[in-house]
Design a protein. Structure first.
Length: 239
């Protein structure tokens, strides 16, 4: 009997098979939206590295530090701004405070998960994984973030629901208690939205004038895009 292990972790993955990176406010949402217009997204750790790669690859520069757009960059880490930005360039170079740092340390196959693609990323991971999916919360500068926990719970629930409805290569799911607790916490969508909207991360974004980004990121299943991180870049997964 083939069983899929499904776990939840903070910052570092426990799986060498498949992982889903969740940075709900806002890197995961921004990346998912950006895949509508960019062929590849290159996540980098530093501002200096981003500038260097943008010149080499003829790409658009996007990035933030503590939520605010980096001076001199075309874009911040804003899904709304990325949607509106007009360009013919097909490469986006992205540096963020949390999500891009987490990606750099993952050694498994990595998908990008958010509330806006919860259903699609859940379906995709069941096809991609062989034995173990770990949903990884990015957090904020080394601290737990409630938005990542609740959105991870929604994604784990999407995996459960897809497993129930469709034939997969797995006969059963072994869901960790930590993952189960996140599912319970995310069950009521209105309470989820309220908790995230009143979170520390949201309050920081509100103070910077990014209310629209919060509202956008709280929409559920509006995108079929699933990003896959391979060879230091993110492309849209065909699923």
């Amino acid at each position: 009997m083939k069983e899929l292990k499904l776990t939840l972790s903070f910052e570092k993955t426990t799986s060498s098979d498949a992982s889903i990176m969740v940075d709900a406010l806002r890197a995961s949402t921004t990346i998912t939206v950006a895949l509508d217009k960019y062929e590849k997204i290159i996540p980098v750790l530093t501002k200096e590295e981003a500038i260097k790669i943008a010149i080499e690859k003829n790409g658009v520069l996007a990035g933030e530090r503590t939520g605010a757009k980096i001076n001199g960059f075309e874009l911040g880490n804003s899904p709304v701004a990325i949607q509106k930005y007009k360009t013919n360039l097909k490469t986006l170079i992205l540096t963020t405070s949390n999500g891009t740092r987490i990606l750099n340390e993952m050694k498994s196959k990595v998908l990008i998960g958010s509330l806006i693609n919860s259903k699609s990323v859940g379906k995709a991971c069941l096809k991609l994984a062989n034995s173990h999916v770990d949903v990884v919360m990015a957090g904020v500068r080394g601290e737990f973030a409630i938005e990542d926990y609740l959105v991870s719970g929604d994604i784990i629930n999407s995996i459960k629901e897809d497993f129930k409805k469709n034939k997969t290569k797995f006969q059963s799911l072994d869901i960790s208690e930590y993952a189960q607790s996140a599912v319970l916490g995310s069950k009521n969508h209105e309470l989820l939205k309220k908790a995230i909207y009143n979170s520390k991360s949201s309050n920081r974004l509100k103070n910077l004038g990014y209310n629209d980004d919060i509202d956008f990121s709280l929409q559920k299943n509006i995108s079929n895009n699933v990003g896959i991180y391979e060879n230091n870049e993110i492309r849209k997964l065909n699923h």
